[in-house]
Design a protein around this ligand. Structure first.
Ligand code: BES
Ligand code: ZN
Length: 627
């Protein structure tokens, strides 16, 4: 049998499961309210961090990172203290650049925000060093046992910062509006390699008494959610002059094959967006518990192994994370209510990159599937009137992660597609390049975007303004009726076959030869909401859907199977849930089980096995669902 790489990696996790149980606009960081980030304790208009220098040692026994964070500050004349964000950190002490001890206090713990760390700043102090260690259950970090990796021989550690998790491993001002450069020395057990979202200064590491140390630096100022670290038994394969892939030894060659088009994606992105400003673009394939499809850490995208389908069919994920090198990392949402600026632009650009590399017909396929996702998400959120369908989302009293839906992605992309088709592609592309230049290395709010597009694209054209209805799109629920509905010729046949099957045509008579992943996904999404079980059985027996190894197709099929309580797929469902921890896959499946009148006990039993394998991002979501 032809087992894809992600599955052979995840099989390991199963084993682990069993054994372990505009010009005058001021960026918000320089101003007090109204655009203040409500998810930070920092008061950057008084004193702000401009550079973070880490010196940390990873201890896999105690599951802690311990050492120092030296922070370079920029302070107003009147400032006499600086406020940092922390979560679960144990602070041993704080000293100034001259070595003198500085008074510090940890504020009360807030369940969402963590604790403010306030440090006194006598006059003249511009550098402070915090000695600290992380908690073993630090929200950003996942410490994996050897059994949870592909190679089984070595442990693994990785971090996930977005949205507000960096404070659980670095005491800094953890707001996307407070950009910082960083450098790091990371000491790890001798046989392991450390990689970061930064330039590697010592790729092979340097031996020391404590193990092996790796030095990094990033000279571009970034929001702290993009500081990222991974430690494991890693190998590298070059894919092009400035692209490559890191993964465990048994995964790296398959990953290199899967990602063979990476360099041409970077070139395509540059033609659309202007020069790539970060030097290298590498991808790290993580163990299967990684909670996201991908994370756009600068210079080093982190990716789930479930993207390794064996046929490049899921590489749109790379186009997405690469696009963030402009929309997200170069121009960043200033607060988490502006998250749609990151993800909406990126989803729009992702499909433009796909169009350049693979052609318009293929890109249109992704546009149609995205539109379908948007419709499904609106239904899930309670319909068009739901406040959760607003692009500029209200997060008062909420964890930004709670607002994580398809809305910022797909409604955001739909808005930008509308603008593109209304003003024409040439004008829109010129605007896009200008927008990225004007706000390069800045963090911006939705209001700043609106003012920019009005002065650089709409130019006071009232008819155009009325046609677009930007404020409705951004501040009101629902999708306005001026949206452009995408069409894809390549999906027509799959849609017809789904309707034929619904009319009673037998599975064996369907014409599915040579269908690719996306045609299967579309076919499955077009099936009637309910089917008699014998019809499902014949579909499965004809097309072997329960045995599919492509993670997206298997996921789509398993959702249908759960909806129908289709018994033959239940062992595969359980395997899927305990072999990977990508939240996009496991959340809907557990939710469907909990919503059914038969699956609650199964959900609880499976979750008890799976929970220790998942990252905190995933368990935090699932704990609320599987009660
Ligand atoms: N930046 C996101 C991941 C993220 C979002 C982390 C919110 C934390 C909070 C990343 O770029 C992303 O959108 N990933 C998608 C990939 C997909 C849209 C191709 C994912 O993980 O599913
Ligand atoms: Zn994204």
């Amino acid at each position: 049998m032809n087992i894809p790489l992600w599955f052979s990696v995840t099989a390991v996790l199963v084993a682990a499961a069993c054994s372990s149980g505009g010009g005058e606009e001021r960026p918000p960081q320089d101003t007090a309210p109204p655009d203040r980030d409500i998810h930070t304790f920092a008061r950057p208009w008084e004193a702000r961090v401009t550079h973070v220098a880490l010196d940390l040692t990873a201890d896999f026994m105690s599951k802690t990172l311990a050492g120092k964070a030296s922070l370079t500050l920029s302070r107003s004349a009147s400032a006499h203290e600086i406020v940092l964000d922390t979560k679960g950190l144990t602070i041993a002490g704080v000293v100034a650049q001259d070595g003198r001890t500085l008074k510090h206090t940890l504020g009360p713990a807030d369940a969402i925000l963590g604790q403010a760390l306030t440090v006194e700043l006598p006059s003249g102090v511009t550098d402070i060093t915090v000695s600290y260690r992380t908690a073993p259950d630090a929200a950003a970090l996942q410490w994996l046992a050897p059994s949870q990796t592909a190679g089984k021989a070595h442990p693994y550690l990785y971090s996930q910062g977005e949205a507000i998790l960096t404070r659980s491993w670095i005491p800094t001002q953890d707001s996307p509006g407070i950009r910082q450069t960083y450098s790091a020395r990371i000491t790890v057990p001798r046989e392991l390699t450390a990689v970061m979202s930064a330039e590697q200064l010592t790729p092979a590491g340097v031996e020391s008494a404590a193990g092996r140390s790796f030095d990094f630096k990033l000279t571009q100022a970034i929001p702290p959610y993009l500081i990222a670290l991974a430690v494991g038994d890693l190998q590298f394969r070059s894919l092009g002059p400035r692209t490559g892939v890191y993964a465990e030894p048994s995964v790296v060659d398959g990953a290199a094959k899967e990602f063979a088009d990476l360099e041409s994606m970077v070139t395509a992105a540059e033609s659309l967006l202007g020069p790539y400003r970060w030097g290298r673009y590498d991808v790290l394939v993580l163990p299967p518990s990684f909670p996201f499809g991908g994370m756009e850490n600068p210079r080093l995208t982190f990716a789930t192994p479930t993207v390794l389908a064996g046929d490049k069919s899921l590489v749109t994920l790379l186009a997405h994370e690469l696009a963030h090198s402009w929309s997200g990392n170069l121009v960043t949402n200033a607060t988490w209510s502006d998250f749609w600026l990151n993800e909406g632009w990126t989803t729009y650009v992702e499909r433009r990159i796909m169009e350049t590399v693979y052609g318009r017909p293929r890109a249109d396929v992704f546009r149609v599937l995205g539109w379908r996702d948007l419709a499904d998400e609106i239904t899930r959120l309670g319909g068009m009137q739901s406040k959760d369908t607003v692009l500029h989302v209200d997060l008062k009293g909420r964890d930004p992660d709670d607002g994580s839906t398809q809305i910022p992605y797909e409604k955001g992309a739909a808005l930008l597609s509308l603008v593109e088709s209304t003003v024409g592609r040439d004008k829109f592309d010129a605007y896009l390049k200008g927008y990225l230049e004007r706000f390069a290395f800045k963090s911006i709010t939705t209001a700043m975007f609106l003012s920019d597009i009005r002065s650089h694209l709409l130019n006071g054209d009232q008819a155009l303004e009325a046609k677009l209805r930007l404020d409705d799109w951004i501040y009101q629920p629902a999708v306005p009726d001026n949206a452009v509905v995408p069409q894809a010729e390549q999906l027509k046949a799959a849609g017809e076959q789904a309707r034929a099957f619904a009319r009673g045509v037998s599975a064996t008579a369907l014409r599915t030869r040579d269908w690719n992943t996306q045609e299967w996904l579309y076919f499955l999404s077009e099936l009637p909401a309910t089917l008699p079980v014998d019809r499902l059985t014949s579909l499965d027996q004809t097309f072997h859907l329960t045995e599919r190894l492509n993670s997206e197709v298997l996921f789509a099929w398993l959702r249908i199977a759960v909806r129908h309580h289709y018994q033959p797929a239940m062992p595969a469902l359980e395997r899927f849930l305990i072999s990977q921890g990508r939240r996009k896959f496991v959340r809907p499946l557990f939710q469907d089980l909990m919503d059914s009148d038969w699956g609650k006990a199964d959900a609880k039993r499976i979750y008890a096995i799976a929970r220790p394998l998942y990252h905190s991002v995933t368990t935090q979501t699932l704990d609320a669902i599987v009660k």
